[in-house]
Design a protein around this ligand. Structure first.
Ligand SMILES: [Zn+2]
Length: 248
């Protein structure tokens, strides 16, 4: 018996409102822009929440923080047009810096209660050999916030949001950058959009790094599709939110 036989894998294509919570500006798109573009076309509303300010990844180190931040946002908005993202939100924690885990969790609780998504996407914090703390913190804080969103005694960072919140159902959580996928989606029809979205992230990749990124995603998408009836895929670990505690 597996997790899936007790708690069936939620169907991400049933999603109506999706909150995609990422450590850095480009993680959602690098991982699953192909899937997210399909979901937006399918009528789902996409909201992106970015945990850090991403300033360490900006290639042009001569830029002031303010100019680097606006370059990052310019790129993110350009990619969002292609993917179909409805709204962006940012938490602004220092990229690769020191910040409090529980503060991040409180902020994520706020956005879960404010936006009331029925599906949440984030990076898998249990990815083996993941060294980047921002990824571990963001994925874990998101997972915890998802199971605590309906508990009124656990405060978010915004008392006003908490006081107006009526508990709602989060049907599923989808982890990308995972080594244990249970859902492979054919992205052949949105591959061009994915590459177009990634090419928007100019502030974070030099031209040669960009080609490396695209080549890497190209290989990965084909590897993920091996044994399937399609040529390119993206992989997710999708779980019923009740599966996020004590190994149900
Ligand atoms: Zn990242």
């Amino acid at each position: 018996m597996t997790v899936e036989t007790i708690l069936p894998i939620p169907n991400i294509f049933d999603a109506k409102r999706i909150l995609c919570i990422q450590p850095h500006y480009d993680d959602n798109d690098i991982a699953v822009a192909g899937i997210l573009t399909q979901l937006a076309r399918n009528g789902a509303e996409l909201f992106y929440l970015t945990a850090t300010d991403d300033l360490m990844g900006v290639v042009d180190t001569s830029l002031s923080d303010a100019d680097a931040a606006s370059a990052l946002k310019r790129d993110q908005f350009a990619a969002a047009k292609i993917v179909g993202v409805k709204e962006h939100y940012w938490l602004g924690y220092p990229d690769a810096g020191e910040y409090d885990y529980f503060a991040v969790r409180r902020d994520i609780l706020k956005y879960l209660r404010m936006l009331k998504p029925d599906f949440v996407f984030t990076c898998d914090p249990w990815l083996t050999y993941e060294a980047h703390h921002d990824h571990i913190q963001t994925g874990l804080a998101t997972s915890e916030a998802v199971i605590f969103a309906g508990l009124p005694k656990i405060a978010s960072s915004d008392p006003e949001v908490d006081s107006g919140y009526e508990p709602h159902d989060i049907k599923g959580i989808a982890f990308y950058f995972t080594r244990e996928p249970n859902t492979i989606v054919d992205i052949s029809s949105t591959w061009e959009e994915k590459i177009g979205a990634l090419r928007c992230y100019e502030a974070q990749f030099s031209p040669s790094e960009m080609e490396q990124l695209i080549a890497g995603r190209d290989m990965k998408s084909q590897q993920v599709a091996q044994g399937q009836s399609f040529a390119r895929g993206e992989a997710l670990k999708v779980l019923d939110t009740n599966a996020l505690h004590v190994g149900i």
